[in-house]
Design a protein around this ligand. Structure first.
Ligand code: ADP
Ligand code: MG
Length: 702
């Protein structure tokens, strides 16, 4: 009796402990896994599905392929010997095969009982016969009738944890609590507006819940998944757009009114005309700066697209309005290169510019710090430490973050905490795939420098192995003879600068003594003093040095149009963004350039994909997308914890088109109702609150 009264009163917010089939212990395990309410359970989506299409008959299993087989447990044996192992024999009517465990034997063996039906997934190896070692497994049902090979049904498999499995929450366990839950919920309210559902032709929520957990036909399952992906992306975009609106409206920023002689003078004195894209992006920045609200703009531009000039012009606008500007780079080396570039561009102008870095003489550092504090130094370049160490400015008004695909989020937060809201411009050198830009940077305004300065030629890229090293050297010798110059770069060795240096130093010795004894070869590395580096760069630029051997120091910022060869040693050790940056050092002049990626014979699968991508394209956006596919969004940003990337069902790799549509809907809603105050939008307000409980304070709605 109490059972049925409960069933009638459950709703989406009901805590899991009150749900049918869930006692206190099971509730605790669910809560630990973040599943607290009926709603959380409903949105605990299957990770994949089994049916005839996805299950292989044991008879058809091939070595070295990944398969899922569904069979009955025929025997469970722990075999003792030199290497103790657990062998589970399974059969599906077409044949039998062994699943083997060498670890966790005591725990795993208790899980299997003869007669049970289990799905095993893994890569097929051979020992006596085909076998799966440490496969993933899901118990289906005691009876054979759920075997999708027999029934033709689709069986969902759920993500689980050890703790959950111990409480019976394997896939079967989840299905057993979900069935009465779905049946018992009197209402599963729609969360998307009718207009959106209609325009996007999406399945209603109740129907989608039924189909995602208890699918009948693939077609309906696909529609259900699409609907939930859309919902997830839509609310995320809505949240981000509202956050941006709130910032535009709420933060007091600086209105930079003047565009003075210095900015105009610099533009006139540049040895080139700005590209159309540079002019457009500069205008976009200019518009933001003029408004008395805080700018947060991301400039994406491929290597060599000319971001530095744009950033410098924007900083000059701030300076001419009486404010200070700073540029922050992720490393000291990059900071230094920006500093040298800026100083060169500002050569004939009266704009005191400083470089703040570690290891500076205390007197020098003090002079800079006091210049920043009293405002006599309007322009400063440094690393992110500039802000973190609490350097005091008289009136910092403009910040450029050159972040090499790191987050600007943390820095922005630090800036705001200090009670100042300068305009912030973030530059990223390797384009970010659009799906990520819209998510991670979804609350920013984005400008794209999508045009290279004229006369640039695509760089020919070849991947070669050790066996043709001599031919590679011959090629470089020919280029040098015809008046060109070359870079030879050595990789990071396990992130250690010391070992790094060793590889480059040894390479330099061999190259200068044995391979190119008659050519002027020089070595450049991060441990050198800044003036030493400057001397070498100047001699390379003037053409006196023909071959520059280097660690990844030259990754960014170096500009020598006469250099036409980039040879990357151990190219298999570099990531795609780094390779792309390195390649960007050549192809800057009129002559045809070549990038040679030299690797050892055996490279990993991922390395092969990276090197082939480099050969196939010079388009930074395509490279960024390949990088996303190979590494996944978490790795790409060096953090798996980033909340925006923790999605329940949507994928930033494959769901780009859904994201675009979801964003489109979110944009038009926020444009018509920036604070989400309309009566008709109460549904959206409520759902945003549910989904972004913790972050809700960041936006102002209703
Ligand atoms: P990025 O930082 O985007 O990689 P840079 O700002 O370093 O690119 O510019 C690359 C090179 O192109 C520099 O030598 C710069 O002086 C030059 N450059 C920038 N804009 C133009 C332009 N509009 N026309 C010709 N050369 C340009
Ligand atoms: Mg640059």
């Amino acid at each position: 009796m109490s059972d049925s009264s409960q069933t009638h009163s459950i709703h989406l917010d009901t805590p899991v402990q009150y749900l049918k089939g869930i006692g206190p212990k099971r509730a605790e395990a669910l809560e630990k896994a973040g599943i607290r309410s009926a709603e959380d359970l409903l949105t605990h989506f299957p990770r994949r599905y089994l049916d005839r299409r996805t299950v292989t008959r044991i008879r058809d299993v091939r070595v070295n392929t990944s398969v899922t087989v569904v069979g009955q447990i025929l025997a469970v044996d722990v075999i003792r010997g030199r290497r103790q192992r657990l062998v589970v024999l399974t059969g599906d009517g077409s044949g039998m095969m062994e699943c083997v465990w060498f670890q966790g034997i005591a725990y795993v063996s208790k899980n299997f009982h003869t007669g049970e039906t289990v799905a095993f997934s893994g890569k097929v190896t051979v020992f006596h016969g085909p076998q799966l070692v440490h496969p993933e497994y899901d118990k289906l049902s005691d009876a054979d009738e759920t075997n999708p090979m027999h029934t033709g049904g689709i069986i969902p498999l759920y993500p689980s944890t050890d703790a959950l499995t111990r409480q019976g929450f394997d896939s079967r366990g989840f299905r057993r609590v979900l069935r009465p839950l779905v049946d018992g919920l009197a209402r599963i309210p729609e969360t998307l507006p009718d207009s959106v559902l209609g325009r996007q032709i999406l399945m209603g929520r109740r129907e989608a819940v039924e189909n995602i957990h208890f699918p009948g036909r693939w077609k309906d399952l696909e529609s259900a998944r699409l609907r939930f992906k859309f919902e997830e992306l839509f609310y995320l975009q809505l949240f981000l757009m509202l956050q941006r609106e709130a910032r535009h409206a709420g933060e007091k920023g600086i209105g930079f009114i003047r565009v003075g002689d210095q900015v105009r003078g610099l533009i006139e004195r540049l040895p080139f005309e700005l590209t159309g894209a540079q002019k457009r992006v500069l205008r976009e920045i200019r518009e933001d700066m003029r408004r008395p609200t805080a700018m947060n703009r991301l400039v994406q531009g491929d290597v060599g697209a000319g971001k530095t000039v744009v950033a410098l012009l924007a900083m000059l606008i701030a300076v001419e309005n009486g404010y200070q500007a700073c540029l922050m780079a992720p490393t000291e080396i990059l900071a230094e290169q920006h500093f040298l570039n800026i100083r060169r561009m500002l050569e004939e102008m009266d704009v005191p510019t400083a470089l703040l870095r570690g290891g500076q003489k205390s007197r020098e550092r003090q002079a800079i710090l006091s210049g920043l504090a009293d405002g006599s130094i309007p322009l400063v370049v440094g690393t992110h430490a500039l802000v973190q160490e609490g350097v005091a400015f008289r009136n910092l008004g403009f910040v450029v973050i050159d972040e090499q695909h790191r987050f600007g989020v943390m820095q922005r937060a630090t800036l705001l905490q200090k009670g100042v809201t300068p305009d912030v411009l973030i530059m990223t050198a390797t384009p970010i795939p659009r799906t990520l830009a819209l998510t991670v940077y979804g609350d920013l305004d984005v400008s794209v420098l999508d045009e290279l300065p004229p006369g640039r030629q695509p760089v020919r890229t070849v991947w070669r192995k050790e066996n043709v090293r001599d031919k590679v050297y011959d090629f470089i010798r020919d280029e040098i003879r015809s008046g060109r110059q070359a870079y030879i770069v050595y990789p990071l060795v396990e992130e250690s600068e010391k070992l790094d240096l060793k590889a480059a130093t040894e390479g330099f010795e061999t190259l200068s003594r044995t391979v190119f004894p008659d050519v002027s070869v020089a070595l450049l590395h991060g441990r050198m003093k800044s003036d030493e580096k400057e001397v070498i760069m100047r001699r390379f630029k003037s053409g006196e040095i023909r071959i520059l051997v280097s660690t990844t120091v030259i990754e960014v910022g170096v500009d020598v149009p006469n250099a036409t060869v980039m040879l990357v040693e151990h190219a298999e050790r570099f990531g795609l963004p780094q390779l792309h940056q390195l390649r960007g050092r050549v192809g800057r002049g009129e002559a045809k350039s070549t990038c040679i990626l030299l690797s050892s014979y055996a490279v990993s699968e991922d390395a092969r994909r990276r090197l082939e991508t480099m050969e196939a394209t010079t388009d930074g956006f395509r490279i960024a997308e390949a990088d996303l596919e190979i590494r996944g969004p978490g790795e790409l940003f060096g953090t798996r914890q980033h909340g925006m990337l923790n999605m329940k069902i949507a994928s930033l790799v494959t769901d780009g088109p859904v994201l675009e549509k979801a964003r489109g809907e979110a944009v038009s809603i926020v444009e018509s109702d920036p604070k989400l105050e309309d009566e008709g939008h109460s549904l959206l307000r409520e759902n945003l609150k549910r989904q972004y409980r913790e972050n809700f304070g960041l936006i102002r709605v209703g």
